[in-house]
Design a protein around this ligand. Structure first.
Ligand SMILES: CC(C)(COP(=O)(O)OP(=O)(O)OC[C@H]1O[C@@H](n2cnc3c(N)ncnc32)[C@H](O)[C@@H]1OP(=O)(O)O)[C@@H](O)C(=O)NCCC(=O)NCCS
Length: 155
């Protein structure tokens, strides 16, 4: 990545991260009629505040100059008793249009993988919409493989 760096977010980054999260929510899974596209700003802030200040999670930001142009949030996952892998999970990953395809997403994921290893994780999990071919291809390129597939019957 040219002229950029990935670091852990501080509370000062909250407004910038929320703008990116809103972009993600607005553009993810186009056409899905059930997605809440306008979540409560206050709830979102509260959620990020917890991730940034808690030791069970992390919010990473990618900077270009003094601009935040990408983020990843994730944390330790409670695995089910029937599959007790020590896992972390990526909750959200977004790189602003215009800054994609130069390795920023990979750098965010690599940093999260390092964070996960340092906490003794055996696997890193992530969920993505089946319609997000670009996102799925990205994760496969990063070494992720499907385990469970979530199916839905429209009624
Ligand atoms: C998915 C997403 C985070 C990837 O971010 P990104 O910064 O573009 O990712 P990278 O640049 O690391 O990798 C993207 C592609 O560019 C290629 N690439 C990486 N570094 C490169 C470089 N220096 N030069 C040219 N190409 C490069 C990679 O091979 C990769 O190819 P792929 O699409 O076949 O996997 C981004 O597209 C995005 O925000 N999408 C919308 C939200 C989303 O789908 N999030 C994930 C699901 S929740």
């Amino acid at each position: 990545m040219s002229n950029g760096k990935v670091r852990e977010a501080t509370l000062e980054d909250l407004p910038a991260v929320i703008v990116l999260e809103q972009d993600l929510i607005r553009t993810d899974a186009p056409g899905d009629p059930y997605l809440v596209r306008t979540p409560m700003q206050q709830e979102m802030e509260e959620q990020f505040r917890k991730v940034i200040t808690g030791d069970w999670g992390v919010c990473l930001v990618a900077e270009h100059g003094d601009q935040v142009i990408g983020y990843l949030s994730g944390g330790i996952k409670d695995s089910p008793r029937w599959r007790p892998a020590r896992a972390t999970e990526i909750h959200a990953l977004f790189v602003r249009d215009g800054f994609r395809n130069v390795g920023i997403g990979a750098q965010l994921v690599d940093t999260f993988v390092r964070w996960s290893r340092e906490r003794g994780a055996q696997v890193v999990e992530v969920g993505a919409f089946a319609s997000n071919a670009r996102g799925l291809q990205f994760y496969e390129r990063m070494g992720f493989r499907p385990t469970m597939v979530h199916l839905e019957l429209p009624l």
